[in-house]
Design a protein around this ligand. Sequence first.
Ligand code: C2E
Ligand code: MG
Ligand code: MG
Ligand code: MG
Length: 280
Amino acid sequence: KKKGKDQFAVFEPSMRESFQRHLEMEADLRRAVLRHEFQLRFQPIVRLATREISGLEALVRWQHPERGMIPPLDFIPLAEETGMIVPIGEWVLREACRQAARWNEQRGAGQPLTVSVNLSAVQLDRTDLPQLVGSALSDSGLPARCLVIELTESLLVDHRQETLERLHAIKDLGVRLAIDDFGTGYSSLAYLRRFPVDIIKIDKSFVDDVGDVPAAAALTLGIIQLGQALQLSTVAEGIEDAGQLSELADGNCELGQGYYFAEPLTSEAMQALLFPADPQ
Ligand code: C2E
Ligand code: MG
Ligand code: MG
Ligand code: MG
């Protein structure tokens, strides 16, 4: 119908199969929400100058009963399309805050860890998002300054006035905002002016080449300096080797995450990393 009146598309068996799989996956996802089949992984975010852990990024996984562990990029789009990202995202936010509050309590004095949570556009469309964030904080006891909400540039493309107001309402709680995958969108610089951002996360594609492609190095250092000029924190994503790390540290990038330090860890593995002397 989309193609106009006198057009028709041939319905191939392969299309039926993929449609069938889509429906199955959707039913599976509904069941997964009811049966709590989601898990969080936590990836350390490290202060590059000292190598100490400054925070964690919470990353969702789906433990499917037959298909095993499903990565977020394989189900988040469907979850967004069907609206199921709303209950999934609420669980992620509450669980991340709960876990971070627990670890901070266990750490006692000293600089508390921050926890970063990825939000999707569908969640940002909800009028009750600021209340949800507020209740995740008060229920967990996590101080607002310990929570970072990560937004991608694509999410900010369709910026309506209400979206901006909602982001300000979240910031008024004391929560910080990060632009994820920075540099990959259409007008990264425009977003920095328009949105009340605190943190820039430099996309992995820049970090990948920082050690050996002069243009990538120049762009990365430029982004770091831009962050400094605007008094924003900069986080380099996807650091995989010592060469990338030294390049970024020399350029005064404040924070970084990547397999070089640690992969996203189960909460048990994170617990062991944070409290090495304590068996559990
Ligand atoms: P992201 O927020 O940019 O997260 C970083 C991704 O890079 C993660 O993939 C992480 O595992 C991966 N990564 C970190 N360090 C390295 C490295 O050194 N090398 C390589 N090759 N990869 C690295 P993951 O966990 O598969 O997540 C992919 C994306 O899915 C995330 O990208 C985020 O956009 C989305 N996502 C994850 N969890 C959530 C969630 O709870 N809600 C929403 N809405 N999106 C989520
Ligand atoms: Mg992220
Ligand atoms: Mg990213
Ligand atoms: Mg990404």
